[in-house]
Every structure is written in structure tokens, then in C-alpha cells.
Ligand binder design. Structure first.
Ligand code: Y39
Ligand code: FE
Ligand code: FE
Ligand code: FE
Length: 230
């Protein structure tokens, strides 16, 4: 894997790299912070899974600390203002859903969409990351599969009564993710992360998740590409 970074001759200390990293690193730090809060909120909404959800929320805090260290290691100051804006719409949708007690929508946003987005981004990042960040990200991505699994299992167990809300939540939130991806496409490419690879990996993770929950192939095609224009 080191060879890939060498092969692309990435200069992790160039101003260009560090400038892009100040936004991507901030997004990841902010995302981990919001994921931490989202799992705490879910713990309130699903008292029978409280202990597990609190455990997941603590993992997100550890991820945040890990990625903060990655920024410090490259002497980059994360642009947290940019990152808050980046997540604002999705975060608001989660909050609104939580306030209405819409557990299915909350799980779709955090445990399916955001976790799949994270898994795709981390998978694509690992081969082109600096050695310090690679080690951190390899540890983190394993946890993200656990988080995705929580959502899959719960939604699979409540599939019939959740189906309509999942459709609606997908329609509301998936286009937001494509918008977010377009916003960081250039910075991601500076880090040697190709947009096409990110989209492909996301669709694979998300499609697999929808399949595990109980959707058929036809539904998966329709749901996972909703709002995508490349
Ligand atoms: O569940 C989690 O830990 C996810 C919140 C963390 C954020 C993932 C955000 C990744 C977007 C990166 C986009 C890079 C192109
Ligand atoms: Fe995380
Ligand atoms: Fe997570
Ligand atoms: Fe349950």
C-alpha cells in the first residue's frame, strides 16, 4: 500500500496538499463529532439498545481524536467552519427526524448513509494516506462496519413497518450526499481520491446494506442511485 502513495508521488507537506487537507480533515473530524452526538440521541430513542449505542458513540469520539492527531501530524489546521457548513443540511435532517421520534429516518441517515459514506471515503483514502494517517484510518474503518451493522440489523428486524419511511428518508437525504460529494471533489482529488472511486464504493456499501435489510435488486437500483447525476 505504501507503494501506491509513492507511485502517485504525493507530497504530504506541499502547500497544495495541506490546503486541501485542512478541509477534508475538518470534515472527518466534524463528521465523527456529529456521529458521536447522533448515537447518543439514538440511545435516547432506543432505550432497549442504550448500552450498545453509547458504546458506538464513544467509538466515534475516539475516531475524532485519531483524525485530530492526523491533522497535527501534518501541521494542518482543520477548517471547522467549512466542515460545519458541509454537514449542516444532513445534520438538521437528523435533528428534525429525532425531534419527531422518526427512528427509521435517524438510522437511515446516520447508520446507513453516513457510515457508508465514511467507509467509502476511508477505503479510498487508506492506500494514498501518509503512513501515520493510514494506520489510524485502518483502525477506524473496522469500527464503521460495526456501526453500519447496527443499523442493518435493526432495520432488517423492523423491515415491513419501516419500508415506507426508508423510501421517504432516502429520497430526502441521498441527494444531499451527492451534493456534499461534489463540494469536496476537487479537494479529494488533491489527496489522490477519485470521485468515481468514492461514488462506486459508496454505491457498493449502500446497496449491500439495503440488500441485507430486505430490499430486492430492483428497489436497490432505484434507491441507491436516487438523485445521482454524474
Ligand atoms: O460514522 C462515522 O464515523 C462518520 C461520521 C464519519 C464522517 C465521515 C465523513 C466522510 C466524508 C469524507 C469525504 C471525503 C471525500
Ligand atoms: Fe467514526
Ligand atoms: Fe461511525
Ligand atoms: Fe429492537
Amino acid at each position: 500500500m505504501q507503494q501506491l502513495a509513492d507511485q502517485f508521488q504525493i507530497d504530504f507537506h506541499s502547500e497544495t496538499y495541506k490546503d486541501a487537507y485542512s478541509r477534508i480533515n475538518a470534515i472527518v473530524i466534524e463528521g465523527e463529532q456529529e456521529a458521536h452526538e447522533n448515537y447518543l440521541r439514538l440511545a435516547e430513542l432506543l432505550p432497549e439498545h442504550q448500552d450498545e449505542l453509547i458504546r458506538l458513540s464513544k467509538m466515534e469520539s475516539r475516531h475524532k481524536k485519531g483524525f485530530e492527531a492526523c491533522g497535527r501530524n501534518l501541521q494542518v489546521t482543520p477548517d471547522m467552519e467549512f466542515a460545519k457548513q458541509f454537514f449542516a443540511e444532513l445534520h438538521q435532517n437528523f435533528r428534525d427526524a429525532a425531534a419527531e421520534g422518526k427512528i427509521v429516518t435517524c438510522l437511515l441517515i446516520q447508520s446507513l448513509i453516513i457510515e457508508c459514506f465514511a467507509i467509502a471515503a476511508y477505503n479510498i483514502y487508506i492506500p494514498v494516506a501518509d503512513p501515520f494517517a493510514r494506520k489510524i484510518t485502518e483502525g477506524v474503518v473496522k469500527d464503521e462496519y460495526t456501526h453500519l451493522n447496527f443499523g442493518e440489523v435493526w432495520l432488517q428486524e423492523h423491515f415491513q413497518e419501516s419500508k415506507a419511511e426508508l423510501e421517504e428518508a432516502n429520497r430526502q437525504n441521498l441527494p444531499v450526499v451527492w451534493k456534499m460529494l461534489n463540494q469536496v471533489q476537487e479537494d479529494a482529488e488533491t489527496l489522490a481520491m477519485e470521485k468515481e472511486a468514492l461514488v462506486e464504493d459508496f454505491m457498493i456499501q449502500y446497496g449491500e446494506a439495503l440488500s441485507n435489510i430486505g430490499f430486492n435488486t430492483r428497489d436497490i437500483m432505484r434507491l441507491s442511485a436516487y438523485g445521482l447525476r454524474t
